[in-house]
Design a protein around this ligand. Sequence first.
Ligand SMILES: [Zn+2]
Length: 200
Amino acid sequence: MTDEVIGRSVQGRPITLARIGDPGAPRKILAVGCIHGNEPAGRGIVADLIGASPAPDAQLLLVRDMNPDGFAHHQRTNAHGVDLNRNSPEHWAGAGARPWSEPEARAIRDLILREQPTLSLYYHQPFGLVDVPEGGRPEAARRYSELVGLPLKRLSRRPGSISRWQNVRVRPGSAFVVELAPGPLPADLRLRHVAAVLAA
Ligand SMILES: [Zn+2]
C-alpha cells in the first residue's frame, strides 16, 4: 500500500489517496468514502478496503475523505459553503465561483484525469439505492446493487456532479453513486459493500 496526498482542503487538511494492490494492475477501481461531510457512512467501507486484497489484475484507489473540512464540521459543503458534488463543469448550475473553483474538487479531478479509473464509486446517504449512471452502460452499477441488496434506481439529475462529469466527459458508464441508508452502517452490511467492491 502507498499513501499519497493528492490535494488539500480549504482549511489545509490533506486529501489522501491509498493505493492498494499491484500499481501496475490494469483495472483501477476508485472508491470515495465521503463527499458530503454529513453523509459519513461510506468512510467505514473505504477504511476496510485499505486492508483488503484486490484481484491480481486490479488495484484500488481509495479516497476516504474528499471533504475533510465538511466531515470535521458535520456539514454537507466544504469550508467555502460549496457543494463539492455540484462544482464540475458538466451542467454546472452555480455551485462555487466557477466550475472547479474548489481545491477538493480539483484534487479528485486531477486524480481521475491522471489515473482514468476503470470504475469509480461514490458513497452518499440517505436514499438507500444505487444510482443508474447518466451515460454509458449500467452493468457495473446493476451488479453492485444486486451484491449489496440495494435497488438500482435513477436519481434526478445532479448538475455539476463529479460522477456525471466522469460519465459524460471522461469514461462513459464508469462512475456511479451508492446512496447508503441514513445513520451508521451495520458491520454485516459494511462487509457486503467491501465484497462488492472487490468483485467489481
Ligand atoms: Zn450526498
